[in-house]
Design a binder for this molecule. Sequence first.
Ligand code: NAP
Length: 287
Amino acid sequence: MAVIIDGKLLAKKIRADLKVECDELKKEGITPKLAVIMVGDNPASKVYVRNKSRACNEVGIEYQEYLLDGKISQEELLDLIKTLNKDKTINGILLQSPIPEHLNINEAFKTITYLKDVDGFTPSSVGKLCIGEDTFVSCTPLGIIKMFEEYNIDLNGKDVVILGRSNIVGRPLIQCCLQKNATVTICHSKTKNIEEHTKRADVIISAIGKPKFVTADMVKDGVVIIDVGINRDKNGKLVGDVDFDNVEKKASYITPVPGGVGPMTIAMLMNNVIKATKEQYKEKSIL
Ligand code: NAP
């Protein structure tokens, strides 16, 4: 039987610690503020954005939402980002994905100033992560690293297999795990014989978006399983990428869905807003 990694509980603890830091900033007359841009009418995005606003509320971070019409032009989107870059009352800028296909999301991310890049998606943040400098790390990978630290799961010399190579999860995770001295393999839709990789893995992190993709016969005894996937099964139930009931019997540690990686992602967003606020005032860049 595996230890269940309780992301919900850990995220609660982190939010409480961040609230203390936020209160300290307020005593100095500084109120951290996050701007969230949402383009179009995506029901899943609305749920994510609502959860982010609740977390801000709990920590004491001010929250401003910009709901843009789905037909907005690229120029209008970039203009808003440039305005927020200059707004001294805004400490963090988050562009909720997905955005409509006629818009270029990478161009939009590139326009966000590095100082307010609380999602860690700008080329500056990604580049700094790659060369091991302190930076804003994408929230889901950062949350996963915090879980390893909290549960004393040492990646030093371990075989870590990441499933999925998206810019927001898989790719930054490579760097995060490398920094912890893991040997990292990344698999994707063109990888042949994925189970050959997963079977030798000490740690599997799955971010594919397919229910029950990782089955018990694909993993070795004692494996650590981090399930990033958020999917609905045929009954509409929220499930991850991993066949939890059967894989749990072989694993040493496993994250549940819901209650695993998801709450940690939001807690790390709060962490990054506080970090951004502190750095902006320390460097006097927005004073
Ligand atoms: P994404 O951009 O769609 O990327 C999915 C990745 O999975 C791609 O690299 C893709 O390969 C790979 N893939 C798809 N089918 C595969 C297969 N059959 N075998 C091997 N690899 C396959 O997704 P994402 O944004 O990273 O999200 C992944 C999942 O995590 C989703 O369920 C999402 O909802 C969830 N998520 C959760 C959180 C959280 O906080 N819990 C945060 C972010 C995402 P190619 O590159 O070759 O296409």
